[in-house]
Design a protein around this ligand. Sequence first.
Ligand code: LRH
Length: 477
Amino acid sequence: TDLRALVAIDLGAESCRVSLMRWTGLGPRIELVHRFPNGASETADGLHWNLERIMVGLDLGLRKAAQIATEGIRSIAIDGWGVDYVRLGADGKPVAEPFCYRDERTVVAEHTLNARLSPERMREITGIGILRINTAYQLFADSAELRALPWLNLPEYILYALGGRPVSERTLASHTQMLSMPTPTSHGEWSEEIVRELDVPASAMPELVDPGTDVGQLTGPLAELPAFANTRLIAPCTHDTASAIAAIPDAADDWAYISSGTWSLVGALLLEPNNAARAREENFTNLIGADNTICFHKNVNGMWLLRQCMETWAAEGATIEIGALVEAAAQASVPAYVLDVDDPDLLLSGRMPQRINAQLHRRNLPELSTHPDDAPAMAAFLFQSLAARYGVVLRSVQEITGKTFRKLYIMGGGSQNQLLNRLTAEATGLEVIRAGTECSTLGNFAVQLSTLEPKAATETRPSARWAATLRDMGAIS
Ligand code: LRH
């Protein structure tokens, strides 16, 4: 057996992480070796990610990993947030900084594309939630010149930059709004109809692969380090949400999930897509998951709301620590009404306390204090509103899918918020199980392992089995 270490890279909108899984005398152990902040910034031509900064951070993280893992590194796999992408020039290098999906250029693109090809038709082809952030609207917002160039989603771009072949892994491909809905005989292919209406030449579309595909060997300066001799590059579930869900170690049919980070992804895992009338009307998504599953959920505006408030307060000179804020919020009194957390205006960045009040004003409801001293009351209001929304969404999921939930797995950074967990348990009536903060990383390792060390073919969710094994063996501290 190959006892070299594995590396998982998880790209988040707030921070990026490089983790190592090593086989020690005590069993497999996962450790975070490097974490660095991430964030989009406004420039003259829109809201962008700083790709260079991400690449420098990852290079440092990989060097640290190589230093620790003297036994060598067998593979590297990368997952990250959905929908954003890089355009490649003739030299294979990015032509520009990638846009952040919150950039407002897609407001017009959404309008124009929907007029060409109705959202109902795109929904029928793809089965996914029609959202302005989806890659299709972003690609369409690019100039005709740019549209002719090949593109890659960010995690796949990084695999490519490290020496892999350019691909689009299906979990993230399904979030582009260009992939046909999987059927019993197809894992999903690029929809010719959608690609044509986008004016994107077929030559610009990457090769589709399934989760757990080996895309090549690490090359370049890093490959000269001894630990990186013959290191394979693997596309895991490149979608962070699919990775996190892959790590839920439950074989029953009575659970729902909330992947709680910048977004809250609220739903349940299905064995096949559900594109019933009500799923379409309520804009639920059917994204591809690990092991031929479907992540049936809704994007609920999550910790973004509070993080954005905190940025505004910080700009006013008030530095507030999140743990203390959550504690204080538990004592704050909250109004009897809730915020519509999915109001499109609240998906935008900046002036969040004021945006919140603008909504309340429109609805003729009393406004809240935007002063940093009253942050606990604002936070409590947001948590109560999120929990209420989770309750509504999960009741819909039960009605649409016919499932009956008992348990609710909450994973991601937001799962540390005890107050929100309690409010969520109350609003949903479900038993809340904290599945861990680094679930995307765990799922990333699990998918690598199920590719490198396949278990019995009879297993329905081999990645979840691997995630359970890693948990049982104490791999996560
Ligand atoms: C969460 C996530 C989510 C997408 C969003 C853009 O990180 O991947 O699943 O909808 O980012």
